[in-house]
Design a protein around this ligand. Structure first.
Ligand code: ADP
Ligand code: MG
Length: 303
């Protein structure tokens, strides 16, 4: 089986671990930079090139698409899906997960608990928005952002107004979100693979920081989730359509909330905190996806 990992750098921890696991499983595995790939769109389909090579003879793709050049990355994954090549995750799920607002809308539509959030472009509506989210301090978020960048806290209505003005003038959309103060600096990261919560940790932010991302200096501690939290994380991944998902949950006084769902979750912190072989589990799921697709091709789709 030929596996391709789409990643900017083979030396990144999660990419390196995925490649090691694939090799251990006896797979033919290559790391390819998405920005080195071109897509040819023509009537009847697409072709994908890297230099002079046509990349059609691959059985499965594990994309690791960051915020940088996400549009190109998603187009590439769409092209692989157009060619019938399974990708972990499918393009439409990645597109949804990369947009924090679309993701929250999908979760809310499915009835899952999310922090109250407002999107507005109207300065006049800021007081009403603040009322809806419980006032200041409030969280402001860029629609696209990861590893804690683009997540801010505004301590007063004035800070909310000046920050939104500044971001709007730069052409950015900004979300106003209730600050779940009781879980300040703490959240749960759950890794869901193929509908199962395979690992979870509680992340604690470093001193003076409200964001618990490992990239912002947060520290992870392994936790055993309740069945209810497991179910919530699995439902969140399913609603967005992700086979592999890093689900962030906040523990609020009114119960757990789904903060966001990540489509290319880094798993260094989670492997270190839990000792669980996440890379192996992702590769195993890719092998399963290819097997299922082959079975479907032999038997034909059910009617
Ligand atoms: P990113 O994609 O950058 O990880 P998140 O929405 O997950 O963005 O936010 C980053 C971190 O900021 C979270 O892990 C959490 O610790 C903190 N945070 C974000 N939103 C809230 C909120 N509404 N209330 C409390 N803490 C929050
Ligand atoms: Mg997050």
């Amino acid at each position: 089986m030929k596996l391709m990992i789409l990643s900017r750098k083979g030396s990144l921890y999660s990419t390196r671990r995925l490649r090691e696991s694939a090799k251990l499983s006896g797979l033919d595995c290559r790391v390819v930079d998405p920005l080195a790939c071109s897509i040819l769109v023509e009537a009847g389909g697409a072709r994908i090139f890297k230099g002079g090579t046509d990349l059609k003879s691959v059985d499965a793709v594990i994309p690791r698409v960051g915020v940088y050049a996400a549009r190109h990355g998603i187009a590439l994954i769409r092209a692989f899906n157009d060619l019938g090549i399974p990708t972990l995750n499918p393009w439409h799920a990645i597109e949804c997960a990369k947009d924090k607002l679309a993701c929250l809308q999908a979760l809310a539509r499915a009835g899952l608990p999310v922090p109250t959030t407002v999107i507005t472009r109207s300065p006049k509506d800021i007081p009403r928005a603040l009322d809806a989210i419980g006032g200041a301090p409030a969280i402001l978020k860029l629609v696209r952002g990861t590893q804690g960048t683009g997540v801010m806290v505004a301590d007063s209505p004035q800070a909310v107004r000046s920050t939104t003005d500044a971001l709007w003038s730069l052409g950015e959309d900004v979300l106003l979100q209730r600050f779940i103060t009781e879980s300040r600096g703490r959240d749960l990261r759950v890794l869901v693979i193929g509908g199962t919560a395979v690992a979870a940790m509680r992340r604690h932010a470093c001193e003076g920081e409200f964001r618990s991302n490992i990239h912002r200096g947060g520290v992870g501690e392994a936790v055993t989730l309740s069945r209810a939290l497991e179910r919530l994380a699995v439902q969140a991944a399913r609603v967005v359509g992700l086979e592999v998902a890093g689900v962030d949950l906040l523990e609020s006084n009114d119960g757990p909330l789904v903060l966001e769902v990540n489509s290319s979750p880094g798993f260094q912190g989670l492997e270190e905190a839990t000792g669980i072989d996440i890379a192996g589990a992702i590769v195993e799921h890719a092998v399963k996806a290819v097997g299922e697709r082959k079975k479907l091709c032999v038997s034909g789709p059910s009617r």
